[in-house]
Design a protein. Sequence first.
Length: 135
Amino acid sequence: MAKARRWQEDGRIERVGARLEEWRSRPGRRRRIPAGLWAGAVDLAGKHGVGLVSRKLRLDYYSLKRRVEERQQPGGNGARAEGGFVELRLPDAGAGSCCVIEMRGRGRATMSVRLAVAELDRVAGLAEAFWRLGQ
């Protein structure tokens, strides 16, 4: 009973629920829920439990649970690739200069790329394609 009362007192559920309903009412089927909406649901699930939040917000229990677990991992912030920002500081371009970029996705997926400094403009496209494969 106490948990249900805390739930009712927490106005965030109504706000997150309203944002989800607004997103659901937009035309176009089979779209991914935006990262910001997932983040709000994950925050609520950390406070009130995955089962209760998934029922109240009409979200898939296992998808929400996975995101909560990702956030709880050491160094995990639950951020998805679409919500993140990575700054690349480029070295001074010298003759024959190159760099190695390593990316690690979910599970055991890794990608290592060796590029000449002059080709570093290709990194964003490669990273985006790699992270899409893991979703």
